[in-house]
Design a protein around this ligand. Structure first.
Ligand code: XMP
Length: 487
């Protein structure tokens, strides 16, 4: 028998970056990057398309901080459509399609609309979209008779409006001058074209790093799979305004996924398309031929994954990133390193190896914005976090990720558990970006491209790894960026 051939694979704990002469301090480091060919991020962080990680709340928070969230797909198409809409409506320069109502509608209907969309006012228009007035919370808050019509309540004095093309700065001045909260934008015939609100302007000032589209709305990605309804789902997500679609599978180097990716590229040529997951050069080369906008790398590194033990398959994540980056780099194709990030140092290593951004599940699952179930145990707070290939997640829609769609009985490739509560995601991001910038400073790299160019690695032993963690001490105070984690 021929001897077994193998290559050696390394992961985050196997390597360190070697410090280098530096003229750069962390504060000066710029961490902007690309999620996909046309989506720029100010922070290289992406939240995982998992049903205990990314719904609209997480996607909004990530985009506000300069990253992006990928809304999971373990829900009916209409629900995922609504989640994307929530992100796209959360913040904008100008709201393109403001919620409107007619003057014959009842106050009860107005209240329902405001509650449904979480807004403080609606614009009143006639059948041809001509602006008639605005009704705000203040106008209706004390109104007990819910069957009264909008016409009876709304103020009929002349409205302050602005023409199409009004800049945000100009709008700000008008809002200030007239001490109003909402400025309808109308065309020459008085038809409603948009709405600029004080709330949106304030949000913009609060989140200067936000990932936004051409119209100033937060960016949002969403997952699709490979099942029968994939095209229908994609169409609905695009209709909701999604910026990127992510074909999310456990093995993208396979015929079905390639067929779906080709079809999507053909049907929706204007939408950013990211495909994953892969872990080899051959897979990256094959996917790149499809002219997609990003690849996602990682087979089995995730904290909840059992693919490697159940199927005996995988590539340690550092090697997987390096292999795929070798080909992606040639075409400047953004590469998302997905899974296995336990500390900020892992992000530095992933980017230095050639990733453009990292996708995170576990570290974000414990935050206020995650949709996971909250649990209290012995006085401590936790949030449930489960694999998309776990027994309870697969029947909800993720079975096709593991090519088990329609199965009566599943072979899980992931576990279910809980993670400690970690507060708001912006605070987690602050620590992760802080660690990343520290690492870049040690390498003398002011930006991610320089980090990738300059990086030199050293392989370490288990003694070296032990030495790198706190040792010979009982930790008595929790640190915001370090905790001892199990295997
Ligand atoms: P972390 O380490 O951040 O990883 O928790 C999140 C990533 O894990 C992947 N994922 C899975 N991988 N079986 C797997 O092999 C699963 O059931 C599973 N569920 C999620 C996914 O790529 C995610 O982004």
């Amino acid at each position: 028998m021929e001897s077994i051939k193998y290559t050696k694979g390394l992961t985050f704990d196997d390597i360190l970056l070697i410090p280098q002469y530096s003229e750069v301090v962390p504060h000066d480091c710029i961490v902007s990057t690309k999620f996909s060919k046309h989506i720029k991020l100010n922070v290289p962080l992406v939240s995982a398309a998992m049903d205990t990680v990314t719904g609209s709340a997480m996607a909004i928070a990530l985009a506000q901080e300069g990253g992006i969230g990928v809304i999971h797909k373990n829900m009916p198409i209409a629900e995922q459509h609504a989640e994307v809409q929530k992100v796209k409506r959360a913040e904008s320069g100008m709201i393109q399609n403001p919620i409107t109502i007619t003057k014959d509608s009842s106050i009860g209907q107005v209240k329902d609309l405001m509650e449904k969309y979480g807004i403080s006012g609606v614009v009143v228009v006639d059948a041809s979209k001509r602006l008639l007035g605005i009704l705000t919370n203040r106008d209706i808050i004390f109104e007990k008779n819910l069957s009264k019509t909008v016409c009876e309540i709304m103020t009929h004095q002349e409205l302050i409006t602005a023409p199409e093309g009004t800049s945000l700065d100009k709008a700000k001045r008008i809002l200030k001058k007239h001490r109003i909260e909402k400025l309808p934008i109308v065309d020459k015939n008085g038809r409603l074209k948009g709405l600029i609100t004080v709330r949106d302007i304030i949000k913009k000032m609060e989140h200067p790093n936000a990932t936004i589209d051409k119209m100033g709305r937060l960016c949002c990605a969403a997952a699709v799979g490979t099942d029968k309804k994939t095209i229908e789902r994609a169409r609905a997500l695009i209709d909701a305004g999604v910026d990127a679609l992510v074909i999310d599978t456990a093995h993208a180097h396979s015929k079905n996924v390639i067929i779906i990716a080709k079809k999507m590229k053909h049907l929706f040529p204007d939408i950013e398309l990211v495909v994953g997951n892969i872990a080899t050069q051959e897979a990256a080369t094959k996917l790149m031929r499809l002219d997609i906008d990003g690849i996602k790398v990682g087979i089995g590194p995730g904290s909840i994954c059992t693919t490697r033990v159940i199927a005996g398959i995988g590539v340690p994540q550092v090697t997987a990133i390096q292999e795929c980056a070798r080909v992606a780099r040639k075409k400047r194709l953004p590469l998302i390193a997905d899974g296995g990030i336990r500390y900020s140092g892992d992000i530095v290593k992933a980017l230095a190896c050639g990733a453009s951004s990292v996708m995170i599940g576990n570290l974000f699952a414990g935050t206020e914005e995650s949709p996971g179930e909250r649990v209290q145990l012995e006085g401590r707070r936790y949030i449930e976090y489960r694999a998309m290939g776990s027994l309870s997640a697969m029947p909800k829609g993720s079975a096709d990720r593991y090519f088990q769609e329609g199965a009566k009985k599943f072979v899980p490739e992931g576990v279910e558990g809980r993670v400690p509560y970690r507060g708001y995601v912006r605070d987690v991001i602050f620590q992760l970006v802080g660690g990343l910038k520290a690492g870049m400073g040690y390498c003398g790299a002011q930006n991610i491209a320089a980090l990738q160019r300059k990086a030199r690695f050293i392989a370490i032993s288990s003694a070296g790894l032990r030495e790198g963690h706190p040792h010979d001490i009982t930790i008595t105070k929790e640190s915001p960026n370090y905790e001892i984690r199990g295997v």
